[in-house]
Design a protein around this ligand. Structure first.
Ligand code: SAH
Length: 270
């Protein structure tokens, strides 16, 4: 460790939530307002980028899958360089930095370099997107817990699928789009009923949000048919049926009061 002194600069790792700028915490909004340099990636929505103050220098380090415009090492070097120059640096990530966001790695590295680092939690996609899609993560009688997993792995996916299949909990899968067939196959083989309610949420909490609901066995088909693109979450479990019930209830109310239901972006694919 080369921690001989504390550098004058500060890095704040800011979780910006899933997209809607109104889901920024007050603490995150204050940190953004006070930043001299903002380093952000592709999951930080346009609407959140619009809140960046004009006085701050901004740096895009988009990390779209397969198109790494900056490596993790480049980002680390950038953070260290600017903090050592004494700047107030905001590193903004989608969702929460500590949920599949490599925030822990950045925090440890900065601390090793003697740089003061603060972390501000954000609403992770699994929470924000399911809520905007009217899917409760837990629900009495339907799910007593929830599990977040990533389907992205540098090498082979190392998940105990049969344990997951038997958990009887809501499963939320990040970065699962390229593995939807594998996810269905493995969970069904592990003992999960093939008709388990399942959903895709694309661009959750943004004006482009789309939600598709079907059954576990149909994941790949739903994805292909609707050209679902990243960022998207896969939600598997009985709680997904709550969103379906909500849609029926809303349609009933709309029929009763004669409003237009065509604006709903919830699609039932079954
Ligand atoms: N740290 C982030 C997750 C980063 S991993 C968080 O806490 O939310 C990136 C994955 O998150 C995407 O591939 C997608 O699966 C999910 N994701 C992030 N934002 C999303 C959004 N607005 N809508 C749907 N999925 C989202």
């Amino acid at each position: 460790m080369e921690k001989h002194y504390m550098s004058p600069g500060v890095v704040t790792l800011v979780g910006a939530g899933p997209g809607d700028p109104d889901l920024l915490t007050i603490k995150a909004a204050k940190a953004i307002e006070q930043a001299e340099l903002i380093i952000f990636d592709n999951l930080v929505s346009e609407a959140i980028r619009a809140t960046f103050p004009a006085h701050a220098e901004t740096y895009y380090v988009g990390k779209a899958k397969g198109h790494h415009s900056a490596t993790q090492n480049d980002i680390n070097q950038l953070l260290i360089k600017h903090a050592k120059q004494g700047k107030n640096v905001c590193r903004i990530k989608g969702g929460d930095s500590f949920v599949f966001g490599r925030g822990g790695e950045e925090m440890l590295l900065l601390a090793q370099k003697g740089i003061h680092v603060d972390v501000i939690p954000g609403i992770t996609a699994a929470s924000g997107c399911t809520t905007y899609a009217q899917i409760p993560l837990t629900h009495r009688g339907l799910a007593q817990g929830c599990t977040f997993i990533t389907a992205h792995a540098d090498k082979q996916l190392d998940l105990d699928w049969s344990a997951l299949a038997k958990l009887n909990q809501t499963i939320v899968i990040y970065m699962g789009l390229s593995k939807s067939q594998l996810i269905s196959d493995k969970l069904i083989k592990g003992g999960m009923p093939s008709n388990t309610p399942s959903a895709f949420i694309e661009n959750g909490s943004t004006p482009q949000q789309r939600v598709f609901i079907g059954e576990l066995a149909e994941l790949e088909e739903i994805q292909q048919k609707n050209h679902i693109q990243s960022p998207a979450l896969i939600v598997i479990g009985k709680v997904v049926s709550v969103a379906k019930q909500m849609q029926w209830l809303e349609q009933l109310t709309e029929r009763a009061i004669g409003t237009d239901s065509s604006k709903s972006n919830l699609k039932l694919s079954a």
